[in-house]
Design a protein around this ligand. Structure first.
Ligand code: SF4
Length: 265
């Protein structure tokens, strides 16, 4: 019986990826995104970004990783995320250290798999969290909105979450603090709405605000994508490929930096 890992599975953005869950077997998150593919964050599990849970890895984590990784020498990523926001676990670095140690002691077909972290970015204003996050080789940080109205509608953050300006500032700091060998990717999930009185984040103001925020953050990579599975709210649906290309063109023009990769999925 596996407790910590999922897959490996082929991921659109990461290649062959083994998922690692560092939280419990229920969702715990500081957001309740309208498009979340693991369902709504129920009231008791919607927590402040300053909330911490301490779930250290048991010895089974190492055993579980070893038992899977020795059979996938072509793996591309060991990916921390799933069941909510992984930085809420105080013991995140203990998991990272074990995964790095196991990865470094195995033989790989070509490149070693990257150790990757998904974060919703809500906790990054805390210096101690950025210290941990910057140690991951690839950080996939969420930024779906760049003004408070779109942020609140899209991500429905816990009421203690700082405003979007502070989150953007913390992403700028994270990029500056990250060692050059590690990479920051900003993920923008853009969606449409069937509900007339719900403005989706696919609106011109938000797309332009996002472009200006990304220009300030200067990430290594920008990923534009949309929903691919069933969203938690029935009225959310995916933008089409043409729209993704249009958004990428707006980002490219405003950011005006060819060193930043802009990818659509
Ligand atoms: S941050 Fe991720 S896990 Fe949390 S509600 Fe949003 S999509 Fe779901």
């Amino acid at each position: 019986m596996r407790k910590y890992t999922y897959g490996p599975f082929q991921s659109r953005r990461l290649g062959l990826s083994l998922g690692v869950n560092v939280l419990a077997d229920y969702k715990l998150c500081s957001y309740n995104c309208v498009y979340c593919e693991i369902g709504l964050t129920i009231k008791d599990n919607l927590v402040s970004p300053s909330y911490r849970i301490n779930l250290p890895p048991s010895p089974n984590f190492r055993k579980e990783l070893l038992s899977i990784l020795r059979y996938v020498p072509h793996l591309n990523s060991i990916t921390f995320g799933y069941n909510g926001e992984p930085t809420l676990n105080e013991s995140l670095l203990d998991f990272l250290n074990i995964a790095t140690n196991v990865r470094n002691n195995l033989n790989w077909t070509s490149e070693k798999p990257l150790i990757t972290l998904f974060t919703n970015s809500s906790t990054l204003y805390i210096d101690k969290i950025r210290e941990k996050v910057k140690q991951f080789e690839l950080v996939l940080a969420k930024l779906d909105a760049a003004n408070d109205a779109d942020f609140k509608r899209t991500n429905r953050p816990h009421h203690n979450t700082p405003n979007i300006e502070i989150i953007i500032e913390s992403l700028i700091k994270l990029k500056q603090e990250m060692p050059k060998k590690n990479k920051l990717a900003i993920q923008c999930l853009i969606f449409n709405s069937y509900k007339e009185d719900f403005t989706p984040n696919n609106n011109s103001t938000n797309i332009h605000d996002l472009a200006h925020a990304l220009k300030m953050i200067q990430p290594n990579i920008i990923q534009i994508y949309s929903t691919a599975r069933i969203p938690s709210e029935y009225f959310v649906y995916a933008i089409d490929e043409e729209k993704k290309r249009e958004i990428a063109a707006i980002f490219k023009k405003i950011i005006d930096n060819d060193k930043i990769e802009i990818n659509i999925y």
